[in-house]
Design a protein around this ligand. Structure first.
Ligand SMILES: *Cc1c(COP(=O)(O)O)cnc(C)c1O
Length: 412
């Protein structure tokens, strides 16, 4: 009988190994688990976040501004860490805005995007002095009334929904009808209204997609983004100070996926920055990145509670699952479920290997962490590690589902 195993992932090399254990934040995984005190937990490695930002800065043109999109990982310690490494923070709710302000950076380095900002959120943003990325004409008008009441003149940017798409994106955020931003053909009229109201215009925000691993698709979209911004700038009430060209840089999660070729994107950005210098003098170009900065620096760790056999399948039943890590279970936007890369973090290699399906404690067949993977033979107490878990993990999961305790989070 032949058993068909899942296709293989690119090797995960970001964490080192010692004595057959994964090293996270300079600690062996079992020592880290003892330090945390309970499983499951998320661990984010500060040195890996720092290294990722340093590599990005080294490759990219010096004048390119880097922002961190907080929604990828809003753990306060992670935001604080990235506030010190980047040029600004992008937030998508008043809750995230509060966390960003707590880091002590100047409010003009925080920008607030997202459709459906409530009056209360707009008031808070205007009072805080952060840059408000306007998502509709209605939002502009509500903000104008609130600003008048508050007696302030908020900094605003217009989020544009371009006519083009970022091809091959995990999630489309622009092109066609979208709840995000103002359709590019409506932007000139909105800019005129904005100028009449007299809000403090900063520039444009054009974010067209997320989780993209194809350099050529990102390059094409960045070229079109600058072209669009140059065209729209003619209608602006004042000179552009900022142009946020979005991000969308992906990380490899699934078998067959390869890391993005950042050097090609950097080369193209050199040219774009030169073009922006002549066509939009004095405008800062910003890239906003979430998962690219944090995903690969994070792991999710769950403990094996039970091993069981069922009609030829070996199950490792763990105390972690979709309630903590929806994305790894395949229920966060995947069409066909694929495995995140996993390992046994306290027993990396062994002569004795087996094919297992790793599940959680929830009474639903959706609670799968890995299906048909080859791992060293595991025992209760062993630590299953899900790699690539530093973004859209903890905060993007339904912790309340089935009433188990929430996982811990540590930045080490
Ligand atoms: C979600 C989001 C991001 C971050 O996307 P990543 O794929 O995590 O890099 C950036 N900008 C905006 C406007 C977003 O909504």
């Amino acid at each position: 009988m032949t058993v068909k195993s899942a296709p293989r992932h690119a090797e995960m090399r970001q964490f080192s190994q010692r004595d057959n254990e994964l090293i996270v934040g300079d600690l062996s995984l079992s020592t880290l688990a003892a330090r945390v005190g309970s499983t499951p937990f998320y661990a984010y490695d500060r040195a890996l976040v720092e290294a990722r930002v340093a590599t990005f800065r080294q490759l990219m043109p010096a004048s390119l501004q880097l922002h961190y999109a907080v929604k990828a990982n809003p753990m306060p310690a992670v935001i604080q860490c990235l506030a010190g490494l980047t040029d600004g923070l992008d937030v998508a709710s008043a809750g995230e805005m509060q966390l960003a302000l707590d880091c002590g950076l100047a409010p003009e380095r925080i920008s607030f995007a997202g459709p459906g900002k409530s009056d209360s959120e707009l008031r808070r943003a205007a009072a805080a002095g952060v840059v408000i990325n306007l998502e509709s004409e209605g939002e502009l008008r509500r903000l104008a009334v609130l600003a008048e009441e508050l007696g302030c003149n908020p900094k605003v940017a217009v989020r544009v929904n371009p006519a083009f798409e970022l091809k091959a994106s995990g999630m489309q955020m622009g092109g066609g009808p979208k709840p995000f931003g103002v359709d590019q053909e409506r932007v000139p009229a909105m800019l005129e209204e904005l100028g009449q109201i007299g809000l403090d215009f900063q520039g444009f925000h054009i974010f067209s997609g997320s989780q993209n691993l194809r350099a050529e698709a990102i390059i094409e979209s960045q070229n079109k983004t600058l072209e669009l911004a140059i065209n729209l700038a003619e209608y602006a009430p004042s000179k552009l100070r900022t142009l946020n060209i979005g991000g969308g840089l992906g990380v490899p999660y699934f078998p067959g996926e390869l890391p993005l070729e950042l050097d090609r994107i950097a080369e193209n950005l050199d040219q774009l920055i030169a073009l922006a210098k002549s066509a939009l003098p004095g405008t800062e170009l910003i890239m906003e990145l979430g998962r690219y900065l944090v995903a690969e620096a994070g792991i999710y760790v769950a403990e094996v509670i039970d091993r069981k056999e069922s009609r030829g399948t070996t199950y490792l039943v763990t105390n972690g699952g979709l309630h903590h890590h929806l994305a790894a279970s395949g229920n966060f936007g995947q069409v066909i479920r694929k495995n995140y890369p996993v390992c046994l973090g306290n027993r990396l290699a062994s002569e004795e290997l087996e094919e297992v399906t790793i599940v959680g404690p929830l009474c639903t067949p959706l609670d799968i962490l890995a299906s048909k993977v080859i791992l060293p033979k595991a025992q209760p107490g062993d630590l299953v590690v899900v790699y690539q878990s530093g973004a859209y993990g903890y905060s993007a999961s339904p912790h309340l589902f089935l009433g188990h305790p929430a996982p811990q989070q540590v930045l080490v």
